[in-house]
Every structure is written in structure tokens, then in C-alpha cells.
Design a protein around this ligand. Sequence first.
Ligand SMILES: NC(=O)c1ccc[n+]([C@@H]2O[C@H](COP(=O)([O-])OP(=O)(O)OC[C@H]3O[C@@H](n4cnc5c(N)ncnc54)[C@H](OP(=O)(O)O)[C@@H]3O)[C@@H](O)[C@H]2O)c1
Length: 305
Amino acid sequence: LYVTLEPCCHQGRTPPCTEAIIQHGISKVVYGSSDPNPLVSGKGAEQLRRAGIEVTEGFLKEECDALNTIFFHYITTGMPYTAVKFAMTLDGKIATVSGKSKWITGDIARQHVHMLRNKYAAILVGIGTVLADDPMLNCRIPGGHDPLRVICDSHLRIPEGSQICRSAKDIPTLIAYCDDPHSRRDMLEDMGIQLLHIPDENGRVDMCRLLTELGKMKTDSVLAEGGGAIHDSLMATGLSSHVYAYIAPKIFGGAVAKSPVLGAGVEDPAECAHLTNLKTTMLGEDILLEYDIQGGYRKNVYRHS
Ligand SMILES: NC(=O)c1ccc[n+]([C@@H]2O[C@H](COP(=O)([O-])OP(=O)(O)OC[C@H]3O[C@@H](n4cnc5c(N)ncnc54)[C@H](OP(=O)(O)O)[C@@H]3O)[C@@H](O)[C@H]2O)c1
């Protein structure tokens, strides 16, 4: 018998499935994950034990926890579970020397990205990507959901003719900004865009503050889709937990062609961010490598308090 206590967690009340177990005379319950939500944690098991049922907890805990990564992260940190996603050539380029990135991977890999968009609550990109690619950032799976589109645009430079602006009445869109030097706020709001003022950190949107605000808005997960500057802000600070790297059998070359993570980088290999739990998937000619990210790569890394 498989039951999940987690979606039934209503304000600390006994989960209905616990009552069902008791009513049906089940004598033994074995479970893997405990709900990290302090409102409900341990209450179901306690009630079962009081009813004389034998309860074993923590069975295949890691595997069970892995089924619920997003919820566990969100409920324990209050911040969205954040993953970084990029498509690159074998020589580590996410665009050509002229900044073009359409397309690097094939149809199957691009279809896979739409599955991810259907899973995550929000997509995050920098204004550099909007200016270079003019992306739509929607989910093109039949019956899929369009995630909230979040753009980091410190000085509200987004062109009103961009696909993002023109579709903002149909697809939820939020721009995180620091100031409005050209008085464009009203115009953007009239186009259906939600504006979120975030104080700046070194002249740019403070990523930690932005994720904290998104968490308060009940956004439990964010898929960062570039570019390299945004990935650096997430990776260096340890704010991202997972990476999806789609690798295409292509070489772009070019010393100035961009790579997936920009910024200042580390000076010593020992200062790097570490990746664990590799998962590989073949997607046509392309390979998807997935990893969990362990911490950031600068000395002053952000830590959840
Ligand atoms: N292959 C792929 O998977 C892929 C995906 C996406 C993009 N790309 C390519 O990547 C290139 C764009 O990358 P990019 O690095 O130039 O631009 P980006 O990361 O998309 O945007 C960077 C800009 O975002 C703004 N920003 C605001 N807050 C920020 C913060 N906390 N951290 C970082 N940036 C912040 C800054 O501009 P302001 O100061 O004006 O706010 C910054 O210059 C394009 O060539 C695009 O084609 C490739």
C-alpha cells in the first residue's frame, strides 16, 4: 500500500489518509519521507502509533525524498528550488561569436525543455538573453502550463516590441528591476507586466532578494534559462540546486563566444562549485547531463539561515 501524507497537510490537522489507515485495520505502516513542514511533521506517525499500529520510518528515505525535491526545498527554505538550464556545444559555447544561439540542440532536446517548463513554476532569464534572442519562454506541450516568466532587467531596458512584452497579457510575466531611468514603468504595466522593485547589488538585481520575494509569492521552483551572467549570479552564490546541461555534437569555437557561466570565475580549481548525482539521458544526437549543485564557488557564498 502506498500512501502519501504530504498533500493532505491542512494546517496541522490529521491527514485524512492516516484516518483511512486506522479505519481499515492496517496493522503495520512503513514509510520513507517525513514531511518537513513543521505544521504536520510526525503527527501522522504519532496518531498511527497511538492507534496501536506498528510504524517504521525512514525506509529508502533518500529515494523517497528525491521524489519530492521541490516541495522539500521550498518548505524548508521559503525560497524556490532553483535549477540552471543551458544548451551548449561540445566546446562549451552557448552562442556563436555573434551572440546567436538558435539552435544548438535538436528537436528532441528542445521538446525535453518544454517538459521542464511544464514542471517548474517560473522561468528566469536576464535582459541580455531577451535582447539577443527575443524568446517567447512559453511551454509548447499540448495541455502544458506556461510558467511565470521572470526577467532580470535592472534599468527597464526591455523593448516594448519584444515577444515577451507583446504576449504579457496572455502569459504571466514579471520584471525584476532596480530603477526606472527612462520612466517606462507605466507603459510596461499597461502591457500586462508585473513589475517588482528589488534593491540592487553591485548595480544589478539582487538575486537572493529576488528569490526570496518569489518564494513569498508562492513560487516554489525556478528554471533559469540564461544567459551566462544570470547563471553566474545563481551559481556563485549557491542559490541554484540543480543543473541541466544539454550538450550538442557541435563546435562553435571563438574566444569571445559565451559559455554557460560567465562572471569572474574562480582563480584556483579548489574554489569550484562541486556537482554530484550525475544523471545522463540521450536525446537524439544530444546528451543531457543533470547534476545536483553543492554550494557556490566564491568565498562569500550565500547560506540559508
Ligand atoms: N544556449 C543557451 O542555453 C542560451 C540560453 C540563454 C541565452 N543564451 C545566449 O546567452 C547570451 C546572453 O547572455 P548574457 O550573459 O549576455 O546575458 P543574460 O545573463 O541573459 O543577462 C545579463 C544581464 O541581465 C541583467 N541582470 C540584472 N540582474 C542581474 C544579476 N543579478 N545577475 C546577472 N545579470 C543581471 C544585467 O543587465 P542590466 O544591468 O541592464 O540589468 C546583465 O547584463 C546570448 O548570446 C544568448 O543567445 C544561450
